[in-house]
Design a protein around this ligand. Structure first.
Ligand code: NDP
Ligand code: MG
Length: 381
């Protein structure tokens, strides 16, 4: 029985982790679970899965929790998340959105627990600290992001196997067919209508701008110890090929399947074994696969994230935290879609270069959001 500490249980990934646990109750148990603000759903989940530890980060939600099962310890407040990273678990599943996931990963490494990592912001902001720390402590970081899971599968679950190139596929996001001249007028609901994947709001907007793909390049560099020039992004609108690896003899191995996160989620918990998932057959008859380069005019934010990666230090953290705040402003209808890359560029320009330490990441995370808010106020005047 694998005991899972599930962080971010109420989110899109978290709910699918619970589907996997429900599918194989004899194999998996939720030992602890944590969420942010969605107290109503969290309460339902806690009463259904009866974890030993339940943690809600936003204290405002507590009044909505009417019942806690006997035998469940309940924590709430800003640092509650860390209580869910318990020594009693066999694996930590980090499905929290944003920078909040990083501290939990750090703590899981200190406890020497393997980590199934959906939370890509951890590696974007702090890969330079997290990866060496994981190596020193012998902690396995298992990819959950579909592209990285695909790459890992193409490498036969061997993250250090030699390869020539990684080809990360990108769907192009919800606005891929909107003429560039009309992007200025798209609304949040337009950007949230992803053609192939059903995900949380922040990542769905990041897919439209391709900030997400910029993050995934950084994530792949850390997970597979790849140089930037070994990674290519390929726009593949059908989302059938989830990514590919090219070897020195020219062979390209790909992983294909229907667009579903349940496969990478389940595989992160069962590898090298593969267990049955219903309705996951891909019928290739009649399908056409297309592959294109990224359109610079349509996706300027991808190149801003790439620049942050080249700049190193705390710049990827700045662009990631800045993006969290900018996407919030966009979802609230306060800024235009086409302003997102402009804000991210400004965040980079205004960020002070700092050595990579956990303290500096904490500071950069906070200050980057302030930089965005100040820019917003200035532009409103
Ligand atoms: P969602 O927004 O759907 O869910 C985020 C989860 O994180 C929620 O459970 C939320 O709680 C929780 N959360 C946020 N802040 C905190 C906090 N401070 N403490 C505790 N819990 C917190 O996001 P997704 O599930 O879409 O994405 C999660 C992560 O996985 C992201 O990093 C994303 O980039 C990555 N990912 C997602 C994919 C997808 O298909 N969705 C694919 C690949 C990667 P609450 O809702 O209660 O506030
Ligand atoms: Mg992905």
């Amino acid at each position: 029985m694998v005991k899972i500490a599930l962080l971010g249980s109420t989110g899109s990934i978290g709910r699918q982790v619970l589907n996997v646990v429900e599918r194989y109750p004899e194999k998996f148990q939720i030992i602890s679970m944590a969420a942010g603000s969605n107290a109503v759903l969290f309460s339902e989940q806690v009463n259904k899965f009866k974890p030993k530890i339940a943690c809600l980060s936003n204290p405002e939600g507590v009044s909505k929790i009417t019942e806690i099962p006997k035998g469940t310890e309940f924590y709430y407040g800003e640092s509650a998340l860390l209580h869910a990273v318990t020594d009693e678990c066999d694996i930590v599943f980090d499905a929290v959105m944003g920078y909040a996931g990083l501290k939990a990963v750090k703590y899981a490494i200190e406890l020497k627990k393997p980590i199934a990592l959906a939370n890509k912001e951890t590696l974007v902001a702090g890969g330079g600290l997290i990866m060496p720390m994981a190596r020193e402590n012998g902690v396995d970081i298992i990819p959950v992001d579909s592209e990285h899971s695909a790459i890992w599968q193409c490498l036969n679950f061997n993250k250090v196997k030699e390869f020539k190139k990684i080809l990360i596929t990108a769907s192009g996001g919800a606005l891929r067919n909107v003429p560039v001249s009309e992007l200025e007028n798209v609304t949040a609901s337009d950007a949230l209508m992803h053609p192939n994947w059903n995900m949380g709001k922040k990542i769905t907007v990041d897919c439209a701008t391709m900030v997400n793909k910029g993050f995934e390049v950084i994530e792949a560099m850390w997970l597979f110890n790849a140089k930037r020039e070994q990674i290519e992004v390929v726009v593949h609108p059908e989302s059938i090929v989830h990514s590919m690896v090219e070897f020195s003899d020219g062979a390209i191995i790909s992983q294909m399947g229907i667009p579903s996160m349940e496969l990478p989620i389940q595989l992160a918990l069962t590898y090298p074994d593969r267990l049955f998932i219903e309705n996951h057959e891909l019928n290739l008859f009649g399908k056409t696969l297309n592959f294109k380069e990224i359109d610079k005019e349509r996706y300027p934010a991808f190149f801003t994230v790439d620049k942050a990666m080249e700049m190193g230090y705390n710049f990827p953290c700045a662009v990631s935290a800045g993006d969290e705040r900018v996407v919030e402003l966009f979802l609230e209808g306060r800024i235009k879609y086409t302003e997102i890359p402009l804000y991210l560029e400004e965040v980079l320009q205004k960020t002070e270069r700092l050595p990579l330490t956990f303290e500096n990441l904490e500071y950069t995370d906070k200050i980057s959001r302030v930089i965005v808010d100040e820019l917003y106020l200035k532009r409103c005047k």
